[in-house]
Design a protein around this ligand. Structure first.
Ligand SMILES: Nc1ncnc2c1ncn2[C@@H]1O[C@H](COP(=O)(O)OP(=O)(O)O)[C@@H](O)[C@H]1O
Ligand SMILES: [Mg+2]
Length: 307
């Protein structure tokens, strides 16, 4: 019998299946058995257990949830419930935090990590909105706090543009506005992967011509990019503050203030796809090793506690 059973839910597209196989094989060598495909969409809870594909989730030694794209409220709800009984990677609290842009920026700033200046305003606080755009030299970015892939992020330039939007904004059923100063940058960013406090790899993304969003889904392209030690340390610190065991830290260089700022910390940073590996993004091995070591250590620790 295996020493431990670990549940996995990993994305399968873009080379994900290959990564999953590598993780499963590496864990097998350490006498850790994996159950894959544990999509909580197919799960249900009763009698003190969450059942997913005939597996009792609470009887696993650990659950690795690593599926890109938006999870439904249902999946997140069960992820949270499971994390009350067994270790999860990422741990649920950190993952939930990373899904909220305001809470992440707020916590990072609270720990002295610079992000774009931000404000959260009540939806009726038009004075607050106007003051923000004035204070920030006439440009701001509105972001849905739970968005991803650049969706719903709008740049508002000039007080007049804001005046035009205000009547529409007041009709929306949003409770608040999350705003950021628009950072003057060269439309490229750094994505730095950190696993278990270790630097794993880095690449850059460049926004398409005439756009300022670097997301791949907004047409951004990936390129090989080496970070400085300063950037690596900043990314490590950001990952530590968020509490994410696996983190993808996005940074840009603010040309006006001449400093790097942390844009966001992603809780499911994608592995390099086969195409990206051909470009020279060669950190997958290191990332798999770090994740496997982390799982092994966590499983041993919690089994030692039981024994
Ligand atoms: N305050 C900002 N100033 C300038 N560009 C920004 C700012 N915030 C975000 N961006 C650009 O928009 C992209 C998407 O923003 P981000 O906060 O990372 O949201 P998402 O979760 O949708 O990726 C970033 O990758 C960056 O290129
Ligand atoms: Mg982003």
């Amino acid at each position: 019998m295996s020493a431990a059973n670990v549940g996995l839910w990993l994305y399968e597209n873009g080379g994900g299946l290959h990564i999953q196989n590598a993780i499963v094989n590496a864990l097998k060598q350490r006498d850790i058995n994996c159950i894959t495909g544990l999509n909580l969409r197919d799960a249900h809870a009763r009698d003190g257990h969450i059942h997913c594909n005939n597996i009792l989730m609470e009887e696993l030694d650990l659950f690795l949830s690593y599926n890109a794209g938006q999870q439904t409220q249902y999946q997140l709800y069960l992820y949270e419930a499971i994390s009350q009984s067994i270790p999860t990677i990422n741990n649920f609290n950190a993952f939930a935090l990373s899904e909220d842009k305001f809470k992440t920026s707020h916590l990072l700033n609270n720990h002295g990590i610079i992000t774009p200046e931000y404000r959260l305003c009540h939806k009726n606080d038009t004075d607050g909105l106007k003051k923000a755009i004035k204070d920030w030299g006439g440009k701001l970015v509105y972001k849905p706090t739970d968005g991803w892939g650049g969706a719903g992020i709008v740049k508002i330039e000039g007080e007049q543009a804001l005046d035009m939007l205000l009547p529409f904004l007041s009709r929306t059923d949003l409770r608040y506005f999350y705003l950021e100063r628009f950072i003057d940058y060269d439309n490229t960013d750094f994505r730095i992967d950190i696993v278990d406090g270790q630097y794993i790899g880095c690449y850059g993304r460049k926004a398409p011509k005439d756009d300022w969003k670097t997301n791949i889904t907004s047409g951004g392209s990936i390129f090989v990019r080496e970070p400085t030690d300063e950037l690596i340390n900043l990314a490590k610190k950001a990952a530590l503050v968020t509490g994410l065991e696996i983190a993808g830290v996005d940074l840009i260089y603010d040309r006006e203030k001449e400093r790097y700022v942390v844009l966001e910390v992603n809780g499911i940073p994608a592995f390099a796809t086969p195409e990206q590996e051909k470009l020279g993004l060669n950190f997958n091995h290191k990332k798999i090793d770090a994740i496997v070591n982390l799982i092994d250590r966590t499983v041993c620790k919690s089994n030692a506690k039981v024994a």
